[in-house]
Write a protein that binds this ligand. Structure first.
Ligand SMILES: Cc1cc2nc3c(=O)[nH]c(=O)nc-3n(C[C@H](O)[C@H](O)[C@H](O)COP(=O)(O)OP(=O)(O)OC[C@H]3O[C@@H](n4cnc5c(N)ncnc54)[C@H](O)[C@@H]3O)c2cc1C
Length: 529
């Protein structure tokens, strides 16, 4: 029998590795993280993340830590070749389904530092910075791996599972049989983060812009405080060695700024790809984040998808290690997440293709086509509605709501405190039901499963009659109505919600609830849930 150093070893301490490590540690596992660099990657990358990611940051107690460093993500307008608006990507209007604003502006290196800072308080999480994983082998019981530290010393470890959060050129992925499937995208871009003088800020656009100009497609993003981001497509004719030189960057920026008005904070050039690994699980080794998929950044979803991976995998892996689930549940990780990532990546690629037409004739045809499609107005879409539900995996897809993200209201609990609903019974399946005439029957039906039942009431006296029936009943009063609205729009009495806040199934009436129970029992038998 092996003596394990860690339940889970995580390779890579970027945003995904650090979030995943926190989730697993909070679930009670012994976690080791191995990162080849000492400091966070300092170059310009993510400037935005959505409410789904914020919900997971909330789960690891980072949401409030982040708040001072965030601002609201602005709507994006697409300007055609002649400067006319051809498309708008708007932000969801209030009331917000997860209570959080739907999308935030951020600075990725700062977020990463804050997660790292918060992880120092997790005693069951050990971080090895300046340790590069070089060798990794697995046996039937364990993953054996070696890393080299900054002094060249070799260290050997064993863990029950290993998760590669080691980014696009993932060593862990290469050590498995997983192959990257290409969705045929390869573009070279220059990314520049600027710090703008206060008096100049007023003059700059107040919203995010995609300049769909055939001469040089580019992007402008409003970031927190005096930070503004420009991204420029690199052209064949550009001087390859000088793309990041100050002269070249100021040349690109001259239509907006003079060197006396701002400072180049940081810059980088990237190749944008659309790649998704065909398998994210190889026995005891799994992939998460950019190690499993890379998307062009035109939807701002790369990091968000990695954070969703972490949310999906954490409760399953934790359950396997605690022997609550069979290891076969891990197969549902790829089955659930991969199609979701592919759908979003293909959409990001399509949005990128609108932006990056280089032929002026084709660009004019694009503008004309979009004008017709929008019936004379710019095409409008809502950013958050572009994210699909999960379409396969541990759900009862016969039932309404299955695979959707469950909302999160503020609720009042019995001691009078107002809290975000996810903070009740973290990391667990739970029933959420609206107080209604079928409640006795529903609670009677569900209580055998030993799953918490959150009951939405308008005052706590309503819950008294059910309390004797079920010890795991948690009455709450909704403060901002996100769940009531969700139920009302779908005529639901309630829903069974997974630990990662996806709806396993909703039910319209008692018979529907019996059907949900039956399918859940079948899943339980399959995975020992
Ligand atoms: C220009 C640009 C704009 C973007 N904008 C957005 C956005 O607005 N919103 C969004 O959600 N996403 C955005 N992204 C994507 C986002 O930056 C990435 O998806 C995210 O960084 C992936 O996180 P990760 O933790 O999976 O990988 P990484 O951040 O790449 O971290 C991987 C870590 O693994 C370490 N590592 C690698 N190999 C080893 C090894 N052998 N041993 C030990 N450690 C190792 C690396 O040093 C690194 O720290 C953008 C990306 C770019 C380039």
């Amino acid at each position: 029998m092996f003596n394990f150093d860690f339940d889970v070893s995580i390779v890579g301490y970027g945003p995904v590795g650090s979030t995943f490590a926190a989730l697993l540690a909070d679930m009670g596992l012994k976690v080791g993280v191995f990162e080849k660099n000492e400091d966070v990657y300092p170059k310009p990358r993510a400037v935005g993340f959505d409410h789904d990611a914020m919900r997971i940051f909330q789960q690891i107690n980072c949401a409030e830590l982040f708040r001072p460093a965030l601002s609201d993500f602005k709507s994006t307008v697409y300007l055609g070749a002649s400067g006319q608006i051809i498309q708008k990507i708007l932000t969801l209007s209030p009331p917000f389904p997860l209570t959080w604003e739907p999308h935030f502006n951020c600075d990725q290196p700062l977020l990463e530092s804050l997660i790292r800072e918060s992880n120092t308080s997790r005693s069951n999480l050990t971080v090895f910075l300046d340790h590069e994983i070089k060798v990794c082998n697995q046996s039937s019981d364990a993953v054996h791996f070696s890393c080299v530290d900054g002094k060249g010393l070799i260290h050997n470890f064993r863990s029950r599972y290993m998760v590669g959060c080691d980014g696009a050129s993932s060593f862990v992925r290469k050590s498995t049989n997983s192959k990257l499937e290409s969705f045929d995208y390869d573009q070279h871009w220059i990314v520049v983060d600027m710090k703008i003088d206060e008096e100049v800020l007023e003059r700059l656009p107040k919203t995010n812009i995609q300049f769909c100009e055939p001469e040089r497609p580019s992007t402008y993003i409003v970031c927190p405080k005096n930070h503004r981001r420009w991204e420029f497509m690199a052209l064949e004719t550009d001087p390859k060695e000088e793309l990041l030189s100050e002269d070249f960057i100021w040349g690109l920026l001259k239509r907006w700024l003079k060197p006396s008005e701002a400072k180049i904070w940081r810059s980088a050039s990237y190749r944008f790809h659309a790649l998704v690994a065909d398998e994210w699980l190889d026995e005891r080794v799994l992939l998460c984040g950019d190690a499993a998929h890379q998307t062009p950044p035109f939807m701002g979803q790369g990091m968000c998808q990695g954070i969703r991976d972490a949310g999906n995998l954490a409760w399953k892996l934790s359950g396997v290690i605690k022997k609550e689930f069979e290891p076969n549940i891990l197969k549902t990780y790829t089955n659930e997440r991969r199609p979701h990532v592919i759908e979003t990546t293909v959409l990001a690629k399509k949005l990128g293709e609108i932006l990056t037409i280089r032929d002026p004739v084709k660009a004019a045809a694009r503008d004309e086509g979009m004008h017709i499609q929008g019936q004379g107005k710019p095409i409008e879409m809502v950013r958050q509605n572009l994210i699909p539900p999960l379409r396969s995996g541990i759900f009862d897809f016969v039932a309404p709501g299955a695979g959707e993200v469950f909302p999160q209201p503020i609720v009042q609990i019995e001691n009078g405190l107002e809290i975000l609903m996810d903070d009740i019974e973290k990391f667990k399946f739970r029933f959420v039901i609206q107080n209604n005439p079928s409640c006795h029957s529903l609670i009677h039906l569900f209580k055998e499963l030993d799953i918490p039942i959150v009951l939405l009431v308008s005052n706590f006296l309503e819950a008294l009659e059910y309390k004797n029936e079920c010890l795991k009943l948690i009455p709450v009063i909704e403060v901002n109505g996100a769940v009531s609205r969700y139920f009302q729009n779908r005529d639901l009495l309630g829903a069974l919600v997974r630990p990662d806040h996806y709806v396993y199934a909703g039910f319209l009436e008692l018979d529907g609830a019996k059907g949900v129970l039956k399918s859940f029992r079948e899943h339980k038998a399959q995975f020992s849930i």
